[in-house]
Design a protein around this ligand. Sequence first.
Ligand code: PDD
Length: 287
Amino acid sequence: MSRIAYVNGRYVPHADAAVHVEDRGYQFADGVYEVCAIVDGLLIDETLHLDRLDRSLGELRIASPMGRSALKVVMREVVRRNRIGNGLVYMQVTRGVARRDHPFPKGIKPALVVTARAIAPDKIEANNRNGIAVATVPDIRWGRCDIKSVSLLPNVLAKQAAREAGAYEAWLVDKDGFVTEGSSTNAWIVDADGNLVTRDVTNNILRGVTRTSLFTVAKAAGIPIVERRFTVDEAKRAREAFISSATGYATPVVRIDDTAIGNGQPGSMAERLRDLYLNAARAGARP
Ligand code: PDD
């Protein structure tokens, strides 16, 4: 079956899907994106993702390409046409197409691309069963990491450095030695008292939708959460560590650089949170 993409009003074969050479996303990374997981055909945390999309657009003063209900129809149509049971839907909005010039052009329409792809559930399960390693790298990003911008070069370099070091994810470390977040995930530890610890949200990190949903289920289950920064050293001595993202939920970290975390096996808190999260997400999702 051939894949289908939505590009500026048309459903086209994925192989032919293209944007203009003067799309500002292509020339300036002048755009934003969202990734929403699909689990058993359900769009997970859809409202939170669309809320964050609106926020990112607002912060950059890019107009919405369409109303929310129309966008929801497009997302479902892309998922349906690609027959995705488990995977993700990707949405990207750029400021639009104009002659290359840095200031915002007048009178252009934002460009919208929506794609979807399958992810084999075994792949996610293997990471959760075995845990993953992370490598720490300096955080060299800009001052507005709260915006889900397509400008991801530092994240790309960090992820590549991690992979070359034999790790799955990079943890970005600020100039004071504190972990900000992963290259495409939020970073968490469990302290000696069993508190969940994750960095407070400023302009330095993305407010992960999964992070928000994990807060909700943890609070409901009476699991204490502390929002504060932590150093790499503290993380290495933590009882547990894990990462969160739309497509990975809560994935245990079993090694940071050369240090095994806890007993070197996936922790029970990450597993518990993942179960709580997936049950709640399924219950709250609308077909
Ligand atoms: N990444 N931090 C960063 C820098 C991210 O890029 C992401 C998401 C997250 C987790 O956010 P959420 O829980 O909403 O997925 C945190 C997506 C999945 C990506 O770039 O593919």
